[in-house]
Design a binder for this molecule. Sequence first.
Ligand code: GAR
Length: 209
Amino acid sequence: VCRVLVLISGNGSNLQAIMDQALPKAPYQVVGVISNKADAYGLVRARAAGIASHYVMVNPEESRADYDLRLSEAIEQLQPDLIVLAGFMRILSDELVKAYQGRMINIHPSLLPKFTGLHTHQRAIEAGEQEHGASVHFVTPTLDAGPVILQAKVPVFDDDTVELLAERVHEQEHAILPLVVKWFAEGRLKMLDGKAWLDNQPLGAAGYA
Ligand code: GAR
């Protein structure tokens, strides 16, 4: 059974979706949840599901390398096969990313390569986009630039608000993220030569289509 570790910073609705689709529905179990925020509601969700949850405190004095060293120790104790960044709002050092390359995925609230970084819903509305969405991708050292595995699109309406659009995107995230975790757990998904592969087929720039 694939051991999945989820990293969060906030509400954890994507964590919930992953937990809800775990064994016996799919061949993975969530073995732990790590947050960089003490008050992340996702930690409450993890405890309610009987899953080990850890808060790795951020010390403002310490370097990224030092934080990531402590984070790596917490990760290693759980021996994960797959690390899922599900609303984890902290940039990881290249070293940590490389140590888990091909075994770490992220959900990002935009149709990558559009709108990397923060405030994606706001920016999509301001840019006059008619379509927006979410992407699941393998994590590589360049922020939000790793190979895309799966995207989901939603419409942007003329009178949309950030809240409504975010809600629409979230709903899609809760469908695509557990699906990708399931593919990985089934041994169907790999990262090779900078590309995502599903069932031994290289995926295109927008992932599985
Ligand atoms: C999600 O929309 C996710 O795509 C986004 O944070 C939200 C977390 O929601 N991630 C990022 O912006 C990563 N840069 P959740 O805590 O309810 O799962």
